[in-house]
Design a protein around this ligand. Structure first.
Ligand code: HEM
Length: 408
């Protein structure tokens, strides 16, 4: 994969305004940054036309941060959902004070001391993954390296037995491919909605059985520990689902994106192969430069204005966090991958009450697998088989990244 300039295929519609259509746009899904740059310059807050649900996209750091931080105006509770209906990933889809209660129970589990305690387990998982692929000269990074690693770690943490890891991986990947896409749809797609419900139903059924068996017979995992807290059975099931969903494709995307960006920066790639001690800095810059989450959403509660665009109650507001982290007002030379930045700012783990609780774990996991990988290889090159995009509005990753490896 070489660096190239892509001219985004944004065009004007009949009224002369800019048309931003990310759904199913291969070029955007592979590299959204030329689009983000144009949108930040020309329409940092943009109202989509013709979507089933009124939708506004937000690209600038100023407005992304505002939406994330202002939960009273930009709620995580979906007003289109029936009251009292159970929603997957409920912590993520709640506002204070309900959200605060759960976060206070769960948050302390992810403090640095806990993360440090997990490192031997994570390291062992990384070694296992590398031993399975070692000597394979052709690798598919997403499936063979990143995906198996992150599903292994999150399943170990939540007590899911190893025979089910692949099943969980397939289901969460199915979820990631469709999560959020519905907000960009212009037609009611029965098939897509049915697929989403089927994936959700299968996962929920699995987690219900899993949590019930841990309540009966607790193990040494996080969910067994939480079963001793004030969480109800339903809250425990929802949290298991959220944790596995939130911790899997995101971190797999981070691992994949490090490799993808290093292939575009051969000088840094050579340094990393020679000395893995620079990996923490590489990961920090990567999280800013090509974070694995491109966007998320909130629901507008009140009428207000964002950078001159009127927001109506009931609008879905799509926050393109990956665009915000490349905002020229936030970082100098924001479009360049620079390891020794004086000041590095990003919004990759969101802001406000829903700031990611797994960010330290994600960084540690990524460092462990990449240390094991880069210390085992002599060289890494792109394959002739091109990378394939992931058709997701939320995950800023790839469906596949084939590479050629020379092992030590
Ligand atoms: C590089 C990897 C990761 C990235 C980029 C990431 C990013 C994010 C973002 C942007 C949010 C906020 C979403 C929103 O407000 O709409 C979030 C929330 C969350 N993340 Fe992560 N995440 C990552 C890894 C993880 C991991 C490894 C875990 C757990 C094992 C995790 C658990 C969570 C949870 C539970 C929330 C919800 C927090 C709340 O609602 O209070 N994440 N993450």
């Amino acid at each position: 994969m070489t660096e190239q300039t892509i001219e985004p295929t944004l065009h004007s519609n009949q009224t002369g305004t800019l048309n931003f259509e990310p759904l199913g746009n291969r070029e955007f899904l592979l590299d959204p940054y030329p689009y983000f740059e144009k949108m930040r310059k020309e329409a940092p807050v943009y109202r989509h036309e013709g979507t089933l649900i009124p939708l506004v996209s937000v690209f600038s750091h100023e407005s992304v941060k505002r939406v994330y931080e202002d939960w009273e105006n930009f709620s995580s509770v979906n007003p289109h959902m029936k009251q009292g209906k159970r929603v997957f990933g409920s912590l993520l889809k709640m506002d204070p004070p309900q959200h605060s209660r759960l976060r206070e129970i769960i948050g302390p589990m992810f403090l640095p001391g806990f993360i440090r305690q997990q490192e031997p387990m994570v390291r062992a998982e990384a070694k296992r993954v590398i031993s399975q692929i070692k000597n394979q000269t052709h690798l598919e990074v997403v499936e063979d390296l990143a995906g198996v690693m992150t599903v292994g770690v999150i399943c170990n943490l939540t007590g899911i037995p190893s025979q089910d890891h692949q099943l969980i991986r397939d289901w969460t990947l199915d979820g990631a491919k469709i999560e959020g896409n519905i907000y960009f749809s212009k037609t009611y797609d029965d098939k897509a909605i049915g697929k989403m419900a089927a994936v959700g139903g299968r996962l929920m059924g699995y987690y219900e059985n899993h949590v019930d068996s841990l309540i009966k017979q607790p193990g040494d995992d996080l969910i067994s520990k939480l079963s001793q807290s004030d969480l109800t059975r339903i809250e425990l099931i929802d949290f298991t689902q959220l944790l596995v969903g939130a911790g899997n494709e995101t971190t797999a995307g981070l691992i994949t994106n490090v490799i993808r960006v290093l292939l575009q920066h051969p000088d840094v790639l050579e340094q990393v192969i020679a000395d893995q001690s620079i990996l923490p800095t590489v990961i920090e810059e990567l999280v800013r430069f090509w974070p694995p989450v491109r966007g998320g959403y909130r629901h507008a509660v009140n009428e207000l204005e964002l950078e001159g665009v009127k927001i109506n109650p009931g609008d879905t507001v799509w926050v393109w966090g990956a665009s915000a982290s490349r905002d020229e007002n936030l970082n100098e030379d924001a479009d360049k991958f620079i390891l020794d930045r004086k000041r590095r700012q990003h919004i990759a783990f969101a802001k406000g009450v829903h700031t990611c609780i797994g960010n330290a774990l994600a960084r540690m996991e990524t460092r462990c697998i990449l240390e094991e990988f880069f210390s085992s290889i002599k060289s890494l090159k792109t394959s002739e088989t091109p990378a394939e995009p992931l058709s997701s509005m939320t995950i800023n990753g790839l469906a596949s990244l084939p590479v050629c490896v020379e092992w030590k």
